[in-house]
Structures are given as structure tokens and as C-alpha cells.
Design a protein around this ligand. Sequence first.
Ligand code: XMP
Length: 319
Amino acid sequence: MYNGEKLNPAAFIEEQVADIRKTVGKDIVILALSGGVDSTVTALLVKKAIGDNLICIFVDHGLLRKNEFEDVLEHYKGMGLNVKGVRAADRFFAALKGINDPEAKRKAIGGTFIDVFKEEAAAVKDAKWLAQGTIWPDIAESFTGKGVIKSHHNVGGLPEQLGFGLVEPLKFLFKYEVREVGMALGLDSHFIGRHPFPGPGLGVRCLGEVTPEKIHTLQEADAIWIGALRESGWYEKVWQAGAIFVPQKTTGVRDGVRSFDNVIALRAVNSVDAMTAQIVHLPWELLDKVAKQIIDTVPGINRVVFDLSPKPGATIEWE
Ligand code: XMP
């Protein structure tokens, strides 16, 4: 935990369950699931405390990985969570139209998310509390004292707008501790091992203006990359990986004919708490295979590069 004490997951769960019960009583609590470990562990913890008085909402902002919305929604239902899936991709793409600046994109995504979530929350009778999967690095990185590096939507915005009380049981934990708590709550290892994924999703991995076409291209490339990491056994040895759509046309050649297409960058880093990160030394054979497969099968891409940048210097996400 951020105060230096070693976490005892069972004791932490017991303490938080008691605390949540005391705070919210018989009130209804709403939670936005993102498909990530933090919000999922928060949901399981709150469910353990108050059962079906927890109502979860999973919004499809159109910026998730390929097939992610359907797959994860099924998974949530299988965990016994009371969850409603909301398809809202069109609204997010409309809000992102013409916006190039990364922080303006985050704000457009965050603002649209608040609008969609507010509508859904208004439809839930007697909801008084909002549970969020905020963890310690979200807080630490949002307020460095040297200005905001990136605005994370977990921190600020939603609770004030809703007028709900806030339940943030994981806010003093690091990611690896959240995983330990998830394991103790019975979350399956496939889910616990999922790489971190930013709230604004592929929106901050698609440089410049976001369009449905670019996101579709990125989803295809990302699926090849993540699929190859899983197949080769590297997925579990990497802290976070993803593909980035770089809207820079470069010259290529296919079947003897010139092409002028965009670039995909591959990123794979190791980290403990996301505050620093080092690139993973992957086998060339794996990178070689993925690059060829993306260039051969993803329309509009004729060049693939691997990002060698550590954090600090760079950040993990390109935007
Ligand atoms: P950076 O790019 O700041 O990322 O080195 C550190 C960790 O935070 C994730 N990240 C975000 N998560 N909303 C989020 O919920 C965001 O706007 C956001 N930006 C970055 C990133 O994926 C990495 O795990």
C-alpha cells in the first residue's frame, strides 16, 4: 500500500466490506465497469458487501479492443454481476470529430462518458453512491505538483456531476495489490492477468483525429499483436502491450505497385506501478512475424515499427 505496509488481501477485503456496508447502508450503489482489473475488482468487493444493491453499467464507447465489449459483458454476467451493457459508440465518435489534441480528446471522451452515464444512472431508482476503481497511481499522477501529465477520468468529474457519494475502496493500492485482492475474491486468473488499458481506450492510441475507420484498422492490428503475444506465451510476461495507429503516410510496395499508407507502432513494456516503464526485450522472430502479418492482412498499413522508449522520457501511451 502507498504507506509502505505489506498488503494482507483477506484482511483488506474484510475491512473494506465492513466499511462499505457502514458507509452506504441499504442504498443503491452504481459502478461503471471498464473491462479492466480495477473496476472489476471494485465491483466484486462492493458486491460482496451489498449484493444486488450494486448496479453496474458497462459502456461501449467504440474505443475498446476487437470483440471486447461482447466478450467482457458475457464474462461479467458469468461472475454474477448485475450489469447493463450500453452501446454508445456513435455518440463518442461524434464528440471526437475534428479534435486532434490529446487532452481535448480525453475531455471529449470523458464528457461524453459522463453524459451517457448520467442518463443511465438517472434511470436507476434510489441510486445514491458511485463506486470507482481509482487506484493510487491514478491519484499520484493526476496531481504531481508539476502540473497534470495526463488527465485520468477516474479522478474528478463524474461524482460532482452526479451529486452521488463516492466509494473508492482501492484508492491506496498499487496495481499488483489490486490483482492480489482480485485473486482473493475469486476472480479468474485470465481476467486478473489482463493488461492495463486506459479509460479513453484506443482513442489515445489513435494519434490525432479519431474516426471509426482508423479505430477499425487499429483494432485489427492490435488483435494480431495481442494474439501473437498470447500464443507465444509472452502476454503473461509483459505488463502492458498495445498497438498505436500513426497517421503518417509512408511509401511502400505491394505486388510491384507503389503504396502510400499509414504506420502501426507496437508497444510492450514492463512496469510495477505505471510510474516508470521499461521496454520488453522480445524475440526478433516474434516481432518479425507480427509485422509481416499486419502488413499482409490489415488494409491501409504498409509499415510497422517497435517503440523502444522507456518512461520517463516517454509515457506508456503515446497520447
Ligand atoms: P502513461 O501513458 O501516463 O500511462 O504512462 C500510465 C498508465 O495509465 C494508463 N492511462 C490511462 N488510464 N485514463 C486511464 O484510465 C487515461 O486517460 C489514461 N492515460 C494513460 C496507461 O494505459 C498506463 O497503464
